[in-house]
Design a binder for this molecule. Structure first.
Ligand code: 5AD
Ligand code: SF4
Length: 455
C-alpha cells in the first residue's frame, strides 16, 4: 500500500529542488507525496538557516508535528519525522537534542542515502544522523529520470560557496563550490523536457561560478552551458539563479545578447550600496564595479530587467552608508528585490562585530531603514508593472488560477500574469496583452482571443 509522504520546504530554490529529488528517491520505497502532514507516514522538513527567524520556525513546526506523530502512534501507526536542509547541516545533533522525537537528521549532501536511513529509522529506536559531506556524490546516485509538475523546473548545476561573505552561513552549511559535470546536467535537462518541461532554471548558490567538466576534460563555463542547454529540442526558456556580481563575466553577458532562449531578467544581489559596507561584507567588488556590469548587461540586452537582494543594518552601517543604498536603488531601478534586516549567524565573522555595541545597529533603526528601503523597492516594482500595460508579453501559463477559468503564468520578467484561458492551454506559451497591473501581478488577455473577438 502507498505510504503518505509530506515534505515542507523552507528557504531558497535549492531547497525546492532538493525536496523534489527527495520525493524521487523515496518513490521506489512506496512513498507518495501528500499535501498535508495529517496522518502522513513520513514528514520531512527541508529547512533554511540563512536568518535566525527561518531557523527558529523549524522548532515551532516540529513541536506541532510531535502531536500528530503521537496521535498516529496511539492508533498503532508510525510517523517517521525527518529534518534536512541547512538547519540539519548546521545544527545536526542539536536538532535531536531539542526535538528527540525526530527520527532522521540529514544534510543536503546525503539524501541519496535515504533508503538506508529509512530502514534504520524504521527499526524501533534508531535515530539517524547523517550530515557528512560524503565522498560519493549524491548526483551520481539520484534517479536518472525526472518527474515534473508542469512546464517549469529547477535544475541544480552548482552547489556550495567559497565566497565567505562575512554574514553568511552558506559556505558552512553547503560546503565548498562544486559544479556538476556538463553531460550529467544535459542528461537531466533532457529528462525534464521529456517530462513536459519547457522552461528550466539552472540553480546554484553561485551559479555563475559554474565550471563543470566537459566529457573531454575541458572546463565548461555557465555561458557555455547555457548555449548547450539552448540547443536541446523542446526547450523555450532558460534562466539561472543566483549570480555573484564579481563572476559576471563578459562571455556570460555575450550569451545574454546571443541566446534567444535566455530570459532578459537577472537576479544579481548587491546587498548594499556603500563600498565600506561591501568591504566589511567581503563582497569582493565595489559599487562602481557593480554598476559597470549592469551597464554592460544593458548594452548587450537593452530591455534587461534586474532584481537584487539587500541587507540593512549590517554591523557598522551608518546613516550615510544607508543613504548610498537608497541612492543606488533609485539609480538601478530593480524591478524586484528581497530585503532583510541583518541577522547575526553563529560562527560567521560578522557575528563578532554584531556582538559589540560599537558596531551593532539598533533593532529599531534596522526596522526603520528596512521600511524605507522596501517602500522604494516596492514603488519601483509597481512602476515596472504599470509600464507593462498595453504591451504584449509571451507568458508561460504554468498554473491554474484561484478562480475557475483562469490560468496564471510568468512573463519573461517573472511577473505573475493572470489570464482568462481554457485548461487545454495549461503549460503552453501564449502571447498576452497586459491590461492591468498591481504590485504583485498583472492581468491580461490572450492575444488570440482578442483576434477572435475582433473577427
Ligand atoms: N542576515 C540577513 N540576510 C542575509 N542573507 C544572507 N545572510 C543573511 C544574514 N545573516 C540574505 C542575502 C542573500 C539572501 C539569500 O539572504 O541578501 O542574498
Ligand atoms: Fe552567502 Fe555570499 Fe556565498 Fe551568496 S556569495 S551564498 S551571500 S557567502
Amino acid at each position: 500500500m502507498a505510504k503518505k509522504l509530506h515534505i515542507q520546504t523552507y528557504g531558497c530554490q535549492m531547497n525546492v529542488y532538493d525536496s523534489e529529488r527527495i520525493a524521487e528517491v523515496l518513490a521506489p520505497l512506496g512513498y507518495v507525496l501528500s499535501d498535508t502532514s495529517e496522518d502522513a507516514d513520513m514528514v520531512i522538513l527541508n529547512t533554511c538557516h540563512i536568518r535566525e527567524k527561518a531557523a527558529e520556525k523549524v522548532y515551532s513546526k516540529l513541536g506541532r508535528l510531535r502531536k500528530q506523530k503521537e496521535k498516529k502512534e496511539q492508533t498503532g501507526g508510525r510517523m517517521i519525522l525527518g529534518v534536512t536542509g541547512c538547519v540539519a547541516q548546521a545544527e545536526g545533533s542539536e536538532v535531536l537534542r531539542r526535538a528527540p522525537y525526530v527520527d532522521m537528521v540529514f544534510g543536503p549532501q546525503t539524501y541519496h542515502r535515504l533508503p538506508e536511513m529509512v530502514a534504520k529509522a524504521s527499526r524501533a529506536n534508531g535515530h539517524v544522523l547523517d550530515t557528512d559531506f560524503p565522498e560519493d556524490n549524491k548526483f551520481d546516485s539520484l534517479p536518472k529520470t525526472r518527474t515534473a509538475e508542469g512546464a517549469t523546473a529547477y535544475l541544480s548545476i552548482q552547489e556550495g560557496c567559497d565566497k565567505f561573505c562575512t554574514y553568511c552561513v552558506v559556505p558552512y552549511t553547503r560546503g565548498a563550490e562544486y559544479s556538476r559535470p556538463t553531460a550529467q546536467v544535459l542528461d537531466e535537462a533532457r529528462a525534464l523536457i521529456k517530462a513536459g518541461v519547457s522552461e528550466i532554471t539552472l540553480l546554484g548558490q553561485n551559479v555563475n561560478a559554474y565550471h563543470g567538466e566537459n566529457e573531454d576534460g575541458s572546463t565548461c563555463t555557465l555561458a557555455d552551458l547555457v548555449r548547450k542547454v539552448a540547443t536541446l529540442d523542446g526547450l523555450d526558456r532558460i534562466r539561472y539563479l543566483t549570480s555573484y556580481p564579481a563572476e559576471m563575466t563578459d562571455d556570460l553577458i555575450l550569451a545574454h545578447a546571443e541566446v534567444t532562449e535566455l530570459m532578459p531578467y537577472l537576479h544579481l544581489p548587491i546587498q548594499a550600496g556603500s563600498d565600506q559596507v561591501l568591504k566589511a561584507m567581503n563582497r569582493q567588488h565595489t559599487v562602481a564595479e557593480y554598476k559597470l556590469i549592469v551597464e554592460k548587461l544593458r548594452k548587450a540586452v537593452p530591455g534587461i530587467a534586474l532584481s537584487s537582494d539587500f541587507i540593512v543594518g549590517f554591523p557598522g552601517e551608518t546613516d550615510a552608508d544607508f543613504e548610498e543604498t537608497m541612492a543606488l536603488v533609485e539609480e538601478m531601478r530593480f524591478i524586484q528585490a528581497y530585503s532583510f534586516k541583518y541577522s547575526s549567524r553563529p560562527g560567521t565573522p560578522a557575528a563578532l562585530l554584531e556582538s559589540q555595541d560599537l558596531y551593532r545597529v539598533p533593532e529599531a533603526l534596522k526596522a526603520e531603514r528596512l521600511a524605507r528601503l522596501q517602500a522604494l523597492l516596492n514603488a519601483n516594482t509597481l512602476a515596472f508593472n504599470k509600464q507593462a500595460v498595453g504591451q504584449t508579453y509571451p507568458v508561460l501559463l504554468d498554473r491554474t488560477g484561484k478562480t475557475p477559468g483562469m490560468l496564471v503564468g510568468r512573463s519573461p520578467y517573472m511577473q505573475a500574469v493572470v489570464v482568462k484561458a481554457e485548461d487545454h492551454l495549461l503549460n503552453t506559451l501564449q502571447n498576452v496583452l497586459i491590461t492591468e497591473a498591481g504590485p504583485n501581478s498583472l492581468n491580461g488577455e490572450l492575444v488570440e482571443t482578442l483576434h477572435r473577438a475582433l473577427a
